[in-house]
Ligand binder design. Structure first.
Ligand code: SF4
Ligand code: SF4
Length: 100
């Protein structure tokens, strides 16, 4: 069976694929934050975020690319240590998809 190149759909390579499909209406605050004291560096948010919004730096997750957040909630659901504080952005702000 052919091996699926998962690394093509993570981090910077994923962001490159998405950049022309997504526009972010700037939010007024940080609706997603990582509590570094709670982060165990498991990489689940980095591997499964469909927008490639996280990087792992010095063993901790950083929410570094909020402009590609689809507001799916996967990061907060998957995080095993409760390190991610997650809220929807204010109405009228956040992600706009350009699929058509
Ligand atoms: S809500 Fe979804 S798209 Fe946004 S940072 Fe979390 S996993 Fe990524
Ligand atoms: S899923 Fe949670 S514990 Fe794992 S790297 Fe992300 S923020 Fe840290």
């Amino acid at each position: 069976m052919k091996k699926f190149p998962a690394e093509e759909f993570e981090g910077e390579k994923l962001r490159e694929k998405l950049k022309d499909l997504v526009e972010m209406i700037p939010t007024k605050g940080d609706n997603i934050k990582v509590n570094e004291d709670k982060c165990g560096g498991c990489r689940l948010c980095f591997k499964h975020c469909p927008g490639g919004c996280f990087e792992i730096i010095d063993g901790k997750a950083k929410y570094t690319y909020p402009e590609l957040c689809f507001e799916c909630g996967a990061c907060v659901i998957l995080c095993p240590t409760g390190a991610i504080d997650w809220n929807y952005p204010e109405g009228g702000t956040g992600v706009v998809l350009r699929y058509s």
